[in-house]
Design a protein around this ligand. Sequence first.
Ligand SMILES: Cc1cc2nc3c(=O)[nH]c(=O)nc-3n(C[C@H](O)[C@H](O)[C@H](O)COP(=O)(O)OP(=O)(O)OC[C@H]3O[C@@H](n4cnc5c(N)ncnc54)[C@H](O)[C@@H]3O)c2cc1C
Length: 291
Amino acid sequence: MKPAPFRYAAPRSVGEALALLQEYGPKAKVLAGGQSLVPLLHMRLARPEVLVDINRIRALAYIRRRDDRLHIGALTRQRAVEASATVRRHVPLLWEAIRSVGHPQIRNRGTVGGSLAHADPAAELPAVVAALDAELVVAGPEGERVLSPEEFFTGYLTTALQPTELLVEIRFPPPGEGTGSAFVEVARRQGDFALVGVAAVLQRRDGAIGQARLAFTGVGPGPVRAREAERLLQGETATPRLFAQAAREASTRLEPPDDIHATAQYRRDLAAVLAHRALEAAWQRSRGRRR
Ligand SMILES: Cc1cc2nc3c(=O)[nH]c(=O)nc-3n(C[C@H](O)[C@H](O)[C@H](O)COP(=O)(O)OP(=O)(O)OC[C@H]3O[C@@H](n4cnc5c(N)ncnc54)[C@H](O)[C@@H]3O)c2cc1C
């Protein structure tokens, strides 16, 4: 099938793009890497009147360190993140996870902002931003607003983005001394969306676990933070038993989907195994080993 007819606009600045979005509102759709939107257009599941192609807005593609934080422009290709020594050094969790997004061809076109705005329930990047408490910067007619992952992801393939808004930047806080992270997932084939994925971040404090963060993908309508499991870990001495207990605690609270790819019970069991592995790996890495 071919897309339904649409008008095409290619703004060169964020201001121009916002003006178009304001003019057309819900009749417009933003085109970034097109890796999710173009199939939807072909299947006529999306039928925008106007396509606002943001690929010419060069000012939206960058990876920068500022005030200790890593700022990534929404139009930055996933492949640029994967190839960035700065990302690998300062946000190793993002670097590790992005290599599981599709195939190199997908990552050459797909953007960081596109993946977050699309909010696929099995995507890697939403779980990463959730685990790192990253900030999502959204530009709209009234200026910019900065959202937490909890505010940004509102449901299945749904975010807090309004039709008149653009996601423009993602800001990652510094990992902090003694922090280790790990992303692990299981997919049926290399490059497939994850059946379950887990992002773990542990900060070592005086030999024990200081801060702990755990987020899942593939087990709910969006990324799922395991707050109870995090509380169980914080302030405790790290042992394999504790990690197993926290992983079980996290997995029993999940309400994963039951679909043609896997049953809910399979996903829950898998989540426990992967969370345990991710916590062990994050703890090992908190000793200073770099990914
Ligand atoms: C074969 C295949 C395998 C894939 N495997 C995976 C995988 O394993 N894991 C994974 O996470 N993804 C996977 N993807 C999806 C891929 O990562 C996409 O690149 C991503 O989901 C969308 O990014 P994009 O830049 O292509 O956005 P587009 O497809 O251009 O847009 C997606 C949606 O986001 C909106 N949008 C895009 N940018 C912005 C913005 N800056 N502000 C506001 N709205 C915006 C668009 O309007 C659209 O609704 C796969 C895709 C394919 C085709």
